[in-house]
Design a protein around this ligand. Structure first.
Ligand code: ACO
Length: 427
């Protein structure tokens, strides 16, 4: 095994180099503090791996993303979302009988407890869907206290299935509450994407037939969002899970992490930015100038990524899918043209070239969601639905690791040194 040597003062420590199955190599510093009294500082964890993972592989320089070894381009082309969920959770593609069994097991859990309606109704109608979804996901733990033990594989399995089955129903119901429409119950004869569209868009007053183009596009979007290594929300899921919190609480933490505009919340912000550009006459250069101005906190939403320094392979597929879906649905959306122009202007600008800022997964996804009929503030819950299998796979992987430890980072204390308490009468 390769080793690196670190010298500090009169101490020398040999640090083993851990090699991954692809290109990655990591320095194992687990003995560092014990042997030197030092620990490392790594803002934003840009240089730090907490664990080894076999769920997804990313090569940010080459623009590669694979789930369990399979390129996302191939999965987006040929697989269903639940097939990908099975792959992420189990590490292998299912045979047809195994997939049917998995789909049936999930379908059995699509209903919510009727009491949950009251939970949605406790929120203001204009509450953000991510807040409601995170709360409802956390609340699921209170309905299923029999299946919360992280060390019980059967409990974990049924909780995984309950989450995959109930999150679409929860999103549909929070949406129905928001728009003052009756809740629509799941239809277990439909596939996952079609059932979700049915619960979101149908009303009891008339028959609803989902558009297969819309269901196919949704399936692709869900697949492309399914996992992405140790990103902010997956890390939140693992961090909360590392304290042996139950899987519902852990996923709820992931939803909260995803809601931020620097993470999944960017998909809503991109669309709002494109709308603002359209309202201001479609001149994108002003916005590009603002994004480059160091005095201005504005950023071009949907641009840049911690890992991708070439292009985001998901964005490439979604850009093409956006154009295809709009053409198939005969929608002429001026925001697509503005997005394409913005991409052109930014990608030929030195500021973006030097910093390797390319469109990310969120840049074009909102345009498709909008074409499919989803309101802007539901975009991030759609991301959460897609990311759910990844969070669950990451949580399971953490708990299957015999070396799992509670996450507990160090700090470099820079506060006051010891001082004595002064009674309030003397201050
Ligand atoms: N617009 C303008 N400038 C940017 C942008 C942007 N979107 N993104 C990064 N930069 C600049 C920074 O100002 C910085 O410039 P400097 O070196 O002159 O100081 C440089 O590029 C590096 O940026 P960091 O913030 O250090 O990069 P980091 O890897 O920490 O951040 C992030 C990545 C958060 C995605 C960032 O690019 C960003 O804020 N993008 C916009 C929000 C967004 O689209 N988020 C979704 C990401 S994908 C996902 O989470 C699903």
């Amino acid at each position: 095994m390769a080793e690196a040597i670190l010298r500090f003062e009169d101490k020398e420590v040999e640090l083993p180099v851990v090699e991954g199955s692809e290109t990655e190599r990591g320095l194992d510093i687990s003995r560092l503090a014990a042997e030197t009294g030092l620990f490392t500082i790594d803002r934003g964890f840009g240089n730090t791996a907490e664990s080894q993972s076999s769920v997804s592989f990313i090569d940010g320089e080459k623009g590669i993303l694979r789930y369990r070894g399979y390129p996302i381009e191939q999965l987006a082309e040929g697989a269903s979302f639940l097939e990908v969920a099975y792959l992420l959770l189990n590490g292998v593609l299912p045979s047809q009988p195994l997939l049917t069994e998995f789909e049936d097991a999930i379908t059995r859990h699509t209903l919510l407890r009727e009491d949950m309606k009251k939970l949605f109704e406790a929120f203001p109608h204009n509450a953000h869907p991510m807040q409601i979804l995170a709360s409802a996901t956390s609340a699921l733990a209170t309905y299923y206290p029999d299946a919360l033990d992280p060390a019980d594989p059967e409990a974990v399995e049924v909780s995984v299935r309950r989450l995959l089955a109930k999150v679409p129903t929860m999103i549909a119901w929070l949406y129905k509450y928001k728009v003052h429409q009756p809740y629509v119950y799941p239809r277990n004869d439909l596939d996952y994407a079609a059932n979700f569209l049915h619960m979101v868009f149908s009303v009891p007053a008339e028959p609803y037939h989902h558009d297969p183009v819309v269901a196919a596009a949704l399936n692709v979007l869900l697949i492309l969002h399914s996992d992405h290594g140790q990103n902010c929300s997956a890390t939140a899921v693992r961090l909360v899970g590392s304290g042996d919190a139950n899987i519902f609480s852990s996923v709820s933490a992931g939803i909260h992490a995803l809601s931020g505009p620097l993470h999944g919340g960017a998909n809503q912000e991109v669309l709002e930015m494109l709308e603002e550009m359209a309202e201001e006459g479609g001149d994108v250069s002003k916005f590009v100038a603002r994004a480059k101005d160091k005095e201005n906190p504005f950023r071009l939403m949907g641009f840049g990524h911690r890992i991708y320094k070439n292009f985001d392979p998901r964005a490439k597929i979604i850009k093409q899918a956006a154009a295809d879906v709009l053409a198939k649905l005969h929608i002429d959306d001026p925001l697509l043209e503005i997005a394409q122009e913005l991409e052109q202007v930014a990608l030929s600008d030195d500021y973006f070239i030097e910093r390797k800022l390319y469109p990310n997964v969120d840049f074009y996804s909102g345009i498709i969601y909008r074409a499919l009929g989803f309101p802007t503030d539901t975009f991030t819950v759609l991301f959460a639905l897609g990311r759910l299998p990844g969070w669950l796979a990451q949580w399971k992987e953490l708990h299957a690791d015999p070396k799992m430890k509670i996450y507990r980072p160090q700090q470099v204390y820079v506060g006051e040194t010891k001082r004595d308490y002064v009674p309030i009468s003397q201050r």
